[in-house]
Ligand binder design. Structure first.
Ligand code: SF4
Ligand code: MSK
Length: 648
């Protein structure tokens, strides 16, 4: 490897460094190497390239880029807007299809056609039925489950009207969305219309394109992602705080290691159940292993971690590193965020890459189609394949450093329960803590890792700076597993927090950084914000709250879709790495200024984690000032009359 291509490992944890060194010694290429070799296209990175038709591709770069036009006449602003809008459509499609799959699994389970699955959280089922306006009285859980599943499935195909979960948002926000014409009619419809509008010769007005972008993003946040989160809770149980471990050291030398990777928990739930089967354990022992050790990567990791305490082997950028240990018998992947190069890396070791979804095959990998109608047998078959591979192991090197404990499973329900007390869960204590200034504000740190930036540092430095300043941090996705590696997700981390936040953490027994789940679970943050508004004392819309969203190391189109639904919901949303419209003045103005006029939320772009923290604190303080809570005050008590005055 030439010096020019030397891997920049600034900020990565020691276990990963050990594996990166091993890869270099053994001549195995990694994502970090490819990121160095593949110089990102500077024109595409800032949104100046259009390849929407074959009169082009057209690159509108250079000093006079703003004056240039594509062959069809498209302006730079239109090109940047169309590119961004297509990213939103793709991200919404990904999360939407995830939600749809879960809805079909619920339907099959409720009909008794998916042995091994059953409705685990009836309370949640009733709650979701309420939002869908489905009468529940006298209905047996499977009967209701069928109706809820069908109502969710119809959210994808509906052509008119409003998605039902829109009603969950504060009334003022709903009205703003209606006024702007961005309430989604149907999830699939908004994705299709977005693709249509961005075809050559279609929508050529930047604001009009982005309004449909918002409608499409809202179809994700208050549609597809919300369906996924809610129905996963119904089927697999709503998570509760649980302890787990994170980093490559969770792999066990004497066990058959199966790494679960991807996003949809349908298969991994069944593998988790079947790995406990005495017959399967006996089979593993018959092959010389002590048993079966499951761990996760990416958001499948988050799903099985928060429901079963299954440890996380790593985040997005650690998927190749797990294979480097030589200890992984099978990496079982479902959908999304799977690097095809894991197949190439696996060729150097004995690891089997097992793809399981018709939607996500990888050339060179094994394929065992997962069918939820036959999940028990599918899961057992996959586990047996892994066990059979145990005998093929070569030398094993599992880093025995840097494995951290973490407490996860802080849903919007558990936050209310923990902070609100045993008898009646409520957001009152959280709101009071914010009003009194003990908690200055809340920041959600979400999203991916990106080899273009100092991968762990950008997340952890930001989180540390925020908690030090009394900001309660909530995390999801790979950001959660990244920050967990620096020990911030345990109650003992309160000692790194400022005095106000520390007091709350001590009283309640929570960490200063709360893990809310996977990428689709960003909807839990939306619902928590809505509860805070409805509880009273912090304004009458999400945009009034001292709350910020940050994606410090984003890379996926899903992040752009998520960012747009958080902005549309009223939050300042800060992106690191780069922002794919900065090559156009018109689109930069739209994204960083005009969005605020439209929705009260907007994007900011800042790659430096400490400057991100400053932006968060400035925004929080501005919101506190507007609310009149910028000085520490005594507790504000809301009586029933005052609460009734709030528009809900
Ligand atoms: Fe060029 Fe217009 Fe075709 Fe885009 S749509 S590639 S700008 S001609
Ligand atoms: S898995 S979308 S790398 S967070 Fe949700 Fe991680 Fe980003 Fe995939």
């Amino acid at each position: 490897m030439s010096d020019e291509n030397k891997v920049d490992i600034t900020g990565i944890d020691k276990a990963s460094i050990e594996m990166i060194q091993k890869a270099a010694d053994e001549g195995v290429e990694l994502v970090f190497d490819r990121a160095k070799k593949i110089k990102p296209c500077p024109i595409g990175a800032v949104g100046q390239c259009c390849k929407n038709c074959m009169m082009g591709p057209c690159r509108l770069a250079g000093k006079d880029a703003e004056e240039k036009h594509g062959v069809c006449g498209a302006t730079l602003g239109v090109i940047a807007a169309r590119n961004l809008a297509r990213m939103i459509a793709s991200g919404t499609a990904c999360h939407g299809d995830h939600g749809r799959d879960i809805a079909f699994t619920l339907l099959a389970a409720a009909k008794g056609e998916a042995p091994g699955y059953e409705i685990k959280d009836e309370k949640k089922l009733h709650e979701v039925a309420g939002w869908l306006e489905i009468p529940t009285e006298g209905k047996e859980k499977n009967e209701l489950g069928i109706e809820v599943a069908n109502a969710c499935i119809s959210m994808f195909s509906s052509q008119t009207g409003e998605l039902p979960f829109i009603k969950r948002a504060p009334k003022k926000r709903q009205e703003l969305w209606r006024e702007r014409g961005v309430i989604p009619r149907g999830i699939d419809r908004e994705v299709v219309e977005m693709m249509n509008r961005t075809h050559i010769g279609m929508d050529q007005d930047v604001e009009n394109i982005m309004l449909q972008g918002f409608r499409c993003a809202l179809a994700n946040g208050w549609g597809g992602s919300m369906v996924a989160t809610e129905l996963q809770d119904v089927l697999f149980g709503t998570p509760k705080p649980i302890r787990g471990k994170v980093n490559l050291g969770v792999l066990k030398e004497d066990y058959v290691n199966i790494v679960l990777h991807g996003h949809e928990p349908t298969l991994s739930e069944m593998i988790a159940a079947m790995s406990q089967d005495p017959e399967i354990i006996a089979y593993a022992k018959s092959k010389g292993a002590e048993g079966i050790n499951l761990s996760g990567i990416c958001c499948t990791a988050n799903e099985v971690l928060m429901r079963h305490g299954i440890p996380t082997a790593g985040n997005f950028l650690q998927q190749e590193l797990a294979i480097l240990t030589g200890a992984v018998e099978a990496m079982v992947v479902d959908v999304q965020c799977i690097m095809s190069y894991i197949v190439d890396v696996s060729k150097n070791y004995h690891t089997k890459i097992i793809t399981t979804s018709r939607k996500a095959k990888i050339t060179g990998a094994d394929y065992v189609e997962f069918d939820e109608h036959n999940a028990v047998e599918s899961a057992k078959g996959i586990i047996r394949e892994a066990i059979d591979n145990f005998a093929n192991r070569g030398k094993v090197q599992i880093p025995d450093i840097d494995t951290h404990d973490m407490v996860v499973g802080f849903t919007d329900e558990t936050i209310a329960y923990m902070l609100g007390g045993t008898y009646r869960g409520s957001y009152r204590p959280l709101n009071d803590a914010i009003i009194s200034g003990r908690i200055r504000g809340i920041v959600g740190i979400v999203g991916c890792n990106n080899p273009k930036v100092a991968t762990d540092d950008v997340h952890t430095l930001l989180a540390k700076e925020l908690i030090k300043n009394d900001v309660l941090v909530v995390v999801s996705g790979c950001s959660g597993s990244t920050i967990a590696k620096s020990g911030l997700l345990v109650p003992e981390a309160k000692d790194m927090a400022g005095p106000g936040l520390r007091e709350i953490c001590e009283t309640v027994g929570i960490p200063p950084v709360l893990h809310v789940g996977s990428c689709v679970d960003n909807t839990r943050i939306l619902i928590a914000c809505t509860h805070m508004v409805k509880e009273g004392g912090l304004g009458d819309d999400i945009s009034d709250l001292p709350v910020v969203g940050v994606a410090p190391g984003w890379m996926s189109e899903k992040a752009i879709s998520i960012g747009h639904f958080t902005v549309a919901s009223g939050l300042l949303t800060i992106f690191g790495v780069s922002f794919p419209v900065t090559g156009s003045k018109e689109m930069s103005d739209m994204v960083f200024n005009k969005y605020a006029e439209m929705f009260g939320g907007k994007f900011a772009f800042e790659p430096d984690p400490l400057k991100m923290a400053e932006l968060c604190l400035d925004h929080i303080d501005e919101k506190r000032k507007a609310l009149g809570i910028d000085t520490k005050t005594e507790r504000v008590l809301y009586d029933m009359e005052k609460r009734r005055d709030l528009q809900f």
